[in-house]
Ligand binder design. Structure first.
Ligand code: GLP
Length: 241
């Protein structure tokens, strides 16, 4: 695991965007795993800026997102579908037919999980998997639990996560209690897992992930098994390592 410490969130975003750009330059057909949440927004802004200057071309890439809430429709501004359109897809030349996000509105969620795994497995590998981290150490929506779950699955969100997500919803009663998430398998087996963390509230999770043992109680700790893992932290998130 390589750890890059930056002073600010802006520098963190620049470092992350640089890595993603390098992956796409080396392989214009790269499979890029994407994440939602506030942390990757600066990275997406940098990528959009370079696209506008014709310094990067997304035409041939495909993207696979980590997760989606269950029961929130695509056009709801709190859905991860909406997030991705607004923060990236509508502003670059990615072919939307090659962008994948789990469907949390499916009537058959079990089947949706299988379908999503089939999509993931149809790719040779995820070339770079962008990740944030929950304050409880979750990645995607792989919550702390007694075991690692390898494949795409439906998850009951923990109270910590539900509380952390409240800030995105006008009406607290609408904060979803369930989500569909890519499992730990494709994340840890991606060519470069790229985890970003910014702010004091992430420092405990980063400490546990970096200094603690690999444990399903801190799902991000599994990234220690992949020697290509890159963790980028700003000063506050990295204050305990
Ligand atoms: C959600 C997402 C995660 C993300 C986490 C942290 O739980 N499912 O993928 O990493 O939030 O979000 P933020 O970056 O806003 O702190």
């Amino acid at each position: 695991m390589r750890i890059i410490k930056t002073k600010t969130y802006e520098e963190l975003s620049l470092e992350a965007a640089n890595i993603i750009r390098s992956v796409i330059i080396l392989n214009p057909f790269a499979v890029v795993g994407l994440a939602t949440g506030s942390t990757p927004i600066g990275t997406y802004k940098k990528l959009i800026e370079w696209y506008n200057k014709k310094e990067i071309d997304f035409k041939n890439i495909s993207t696979i997102n980590l997760d989606e809430y269950v029961g929130i429709s695509y056009d709801d501004k709190c859905s991860y579908h909406h997030f991705m359109e607004e923060n990236l897809f509508d502003k670059i030349n990615v072919n939307k037919e090659n962008t994948y996000i789990p469907n949390g509105m499916s009537n058959d969620l079990k089947n949706e999980c299988e379908k999503y795994d089939n999509i993931i497995n149809s790719k040779v590998r995820i070339d770079v998997q962008l990740l944030g981290i929950g304050e409880n150490g979750h990645i995607g929506f792989n919550e702390p639990s007694d075991e690692f779950i390898y494949d795409t699955h439906i998850v009951d969100l923990t109270l910590d996560t539900i509380n952390a997500n409240k800030r995105f919803f006008d009406d607290e009663s609408k904060v979803p209690k369930k989500a569909i998430t890519m499992g730990i398998g494709p994340i840890v087996n991606s060519n470069i897992p790229l985890l970003l963390a910014s702010g004091k509230n992430k420092s405990d999770a980063i400490e546990k992930m970096v200094k603690g043992q690999i444990s399903s109680k801190c799902p991000a700790s599994i990234l220690g098994l992949n020697k290509n893992t890159i963790v980028i932290v700003d000063e506050e998130a990295g204050s305990k390592i």
